[in-house]
Design a protein around this ligand. Structure first.
Ligand code: ADP
Length: 545
């Protein structure tokens, strides 16, 4: 009975199909070896006497395999040496079972596959065939009951069967190797990149399919052409390419950069690529691998991005300039309006009607309010234009200063303000103070019925500090969370809560100038927490742009 000697029996059957090993093919192979049915019977006669001795042979074989470093290494990798011995015993017993049909072939193919997998090279495993012959031939000759002619015929049968076995195992071994190469070349046929294998003179030995799509070149037509012809370079540029890039790659085993690639129609495109070196086993440089992709789209996107950034910067600057000039220049006439209306109110207080007095009052109010707005706008526009260099700032100090500026409001509202220890960050000291002042000021202003309890904290989260300012005030409905950061956006009338609607816009601008983010969480009626991030002090110099 023939049992599969290999666990990957299914793979062996598939491989037999791939190799076209059918019963007919097997007969044909036996025909080429002149291996006859009589010889099969002669082998079968050996089964009896040798069954008991085969384990000894396998022991001897394993001992031999252990003598060469290459094969010893492989034996040492085998998880269970005893299991392997058992398989080998079965393998050699099968040789004398007299059944050399398809199943026998599958088992021999399984051996080739297993060898390919574990890295057992054919030249080594051919050695075991020869050891087998060395061992079995003297034993056949010892059989005095048989005629010398029969013994010779048996020996020939053993040799022929060894050839048959070896050819099946080798076919499977190399087919498996080839499938691996196919697989590798499919992997190598990436979709995004052109990959060319070059010899050291710059001749293209292999081009992947993508060459067609990206470089407009038939991969098979590229084979054998010189790189310089394809890159559309002048001879000078070529020598530069190899002198410069090739030399760099030789030295560093790698080069990366931009170059132009010419299409057959004469057009060319910018490519970004790498040149890698491949060394032979002897250590000598044997090949280059050039990989590249078309950068045309990248470049377009990059240019567009650049253009938009420039536009945005320009319009931002224009806006800032306008806000600054407008608020600055408006201040003077506004001061006039304010002081003259105030003068009018004082001087004619007793001479005009109650109604006229009221109108004057409105005018004074409006002018004062406008002045407040303009001052706020001026401060807002100055965040970007009049900001100082970012330096290490102790936020504890900025917080204390803000608190001190708000002393009166704090006392009046009987607020409790606490903080965890606050870190040093990279920032603009004045602006950080303004940031705390605006957030704490809002927490005081938008208080509920209880006296305000305001908590300031900071915690390190990865590469940044996250600050929080939380209050127990009126809270903010989530639908307004983004609106309140927009300039002049307020949720209340000036009668309910005084203000200009610039405070949070200013906070946002300050935080963004520092490369941070600002956001909030709030339960309407219960309170709000504003969060913002700041960068820690960089280790290099404690400065950043
Ligand atoms: P202002 O305070 O001058 O109104 P801000 O830009 O500072 O302007 O705030 C915008 C709006 O956001 C405020 O009018 C208020 O409705 C809301 N707001 C800001 N901070 C708080 C807070 N701590 N609690 C409740 N609402 C707040």
């Amino acid at each position: 009975m023939i049992k599969p000697i290999h666990t990957h029996h299914q793979q062996a059957i598939q491989m037999a199909e791939a190799l076209g090993i059918s019963p007919e093919e097997l007969e044909a192979r036996k025909g080429f070896l002149h291996f006859t049915a009589d010889e099969a019977r002669l082998l079968q006669d050996l089964l009896e006497p040798f069954q008991r001795e085969v384990p000894l042979f396998v022991e001897f074989l394993h001992d031999r395999l252990g003598r060469y470093p290459e094969t010893r290494q492989i034996l040492e990798q085998v998880p269970s040496p005893l299991w392997l011995q058992k398989r080998h015993i079965e393998y050699f017993i099968e040789m004398t079972e007299g059944q050399y049909g398809l199943e026998y072939a599958w088992n021999r193919i399984a051996v080739g596959l297993a060898h390919q997998k574990i890295g057992m090279e054919p030249k080594w495993f051919m050695g075991s065939f020869s050891l087998f012959l060395e061992w079995i031939i003297p034993r056949i000759l010892k059989d005095r009951t048989a005629t010398p002619e029969k013994n010779i015929a048996t020996i020939l049968a053993v040799i022929k069967l060894s050839f048959l076995d070896a050819s099946l195992a080798l076919d499977a071994y190399f087919q498996a190797d080839r499938s691996m190469l196919d697989l590798l070349s499919r992997v190598f046929d990436t979709d995004v990149e052109v990959v060319w294998i070059l010899d050291t003179d710059g001749r293209i030995l292999h081009a992947n399919k993508t060459s067609g799509r990206i470089a407009g070149r038939d991969p098979s037509a590229l084979r054998g052409t010189m790189l310089q012809d394809v890159l559309g370079m002048t001879p000078d540029e070529v020598s530069l390419f190899f002198a410069d890039i090739g030399a760099h790659a030789r030295e560093h085993e790698f080069w990366e950069g931009e170059f132009a690639v010419a299409r057959p129609d004469g057009s060319s495109f910018p490519a970004w690529g790498t040149l890698n070196t491949v060394h032979a086993a002897s250590g000598e440089l044997s090949h280059f691998i050039l990989e590249f992709r078309d950068r045309t789209e990248d470049k377009k996107v990059q240019e567009e991005l650049e253009r938009r950034t420039q536009d945005l910067l320009r319009s931002n600057k224009d806006l800032e300039q306008f806000a600054y000039v407008a608020s600055h220049d408006l201040q003077e006439p506004l001061r006039m309006v304010t002081s003259y209306t105030q003068l009018l109110a004082r001087r004619y207080k007793d001479q005009i009607s109650e109604e006229a007095n009221e109108f004057i009052g409105f005018a004074v109010d409006g002018a004062a309010r406008m002045q407040a707005l303009i001052n706020a706008l001026l401060a807002y526009s100055r965040v970007g234009t009049h900001g100082r260099e970012l330096v290490p700032v102790e936020t504890q100090t900025a917080f204390e200063q803000a608190k001190s500026n708000l002393k009166i409001a704090i006392q009046e509202s009987q607020a409790t303000i606490t903080s965890t220890p606050l870190p040093t960050v990279t920032g603009d000291p004045i602006q950080l103070m303004q940031l705390f002042q605006n957030l704490i000021g809002n927490a005081l202003k938008f208080r509920g019925t209880d006296s305000p309890v305001i908590r300031v904290g900071a915690s390190r989260e990865g590469p940044e500090w996250v600050f929080s300012v939380s209050d127990n005030g009126i809270g903010i409905d989530p639908k307004f969370w983004s609106r309140i950061f927009v300039i002049f956006q307020r949720l209340h009338s000036k009668e309910e809560y005084p203000g200009t609607g610039i405070g949070l816009a200013m906070c946002k601008k300050i935080v963004e100038r520092h490369g941070g983010r600002i956001w909030l969480e709030s339960d309407a009626g219960k309170g709000s927490t504003f969060f913002f991030t700041m960068k820690p002090v960089s280790r290099k110099k404690g400065k950043s742009a």
